[in-house]
Design a protein around this ligand. Structure first.
Ligand code: ZN
Length: 87
């Protein structure tokens, strides 16, 4: 699990913009990311502990990778929907 910071997520998002992988929601906080060119598929998970955000991806990268960068957009939208959903 790697902590998400403003700096590392910005880099990952920029890389995702270039790579444009396909992101599918598995469930809230779990995303399937596919590289359209190679067909490689990875699962990204987000976790929140206290006020810190963490992410993990099952690719071999040990940093916040572009799979995480690609998923976070969908994650933010879903998180806001759940947060603002009427009880
Ligand atoms: Zn990855």
């Amino acid at each position: 699990m790697i902590e998400i910071t403003k700096t590392n997520i910005e880099k990952a998002i920029n890389k995702a913009r270039q790579t444009k992988p396909f992101v599918k929601v598995i469930e809230f906080r779990r995303y399937s990311v596919t590289n359209k060119i190679t067909g490689a598929n990875y699962t990204v998970k987000f976790t929140k502990i206290d006020d810190k955000k963490f992410a993990e991806c099952d690719c071999k990268a040990t940093v916040i990778c572009y799979h995480i960068g690609a998923s976070i957009g969908a994650h933010i939208v879903l998180a806001e929907q759940i947060h603002t959903a009427p009880a």
